[in-house]
Design a protein around this ligand. Structure first.
Ligand SMILES: [Zn+2]
Ligand SMILES: [Zn+2]
Length: 102
């Protein structure tokens, strides 16, 4: 199950469960869309993979207790700001490769 982490790992912007700005990599590293587009260039600083929009967990119990009330978002903040210069050099060789081919 996704943790639904509470903030952007880089800028610490709040990313509540309903946020349309949350992006995740396959390891669930979580960033805001602005950091992904402008600083990370769609390269995860932790694994080198690409990002996709984070799905929104339903707030209503539509079926089988699979909803935010039973499985709430994580409150554990992971604020590990990226060093822009070192990320730029890391991402340089990766960003031109489509995420599906990395
Ligand atoms: Zn951010
Ligand atoms: Zn990652």
């Amino acid at each position: 199950m996704l943790e639904l982490r509470p903030t952007c790992e880089n800028c610490n912007k709040a990313l509540p469960p309903s946020s349309a700005d949350a992006r995740i990599c396959s390891y669930e590293c979580t960033f805001c869309v602005d950091c992904v587009d402008t600083i990370l260039e769609n390269v995860c600083p932790n694994c080198g993979g690409g990002f996709v929009p984070r799905p929104v967990r339903p707030v209503k119990n539509w079926k089988g207790d699979n909803y935010l009330g039973k499985d709430p978002a994580s409150t554990k903040i992971r604020h590990r700001p990226v060093d822009a210069a070192s990320h730029a050099s890391f991402a340089n060789g990766i960003k031109r490769i489509p995420p599906n081919d990395r």
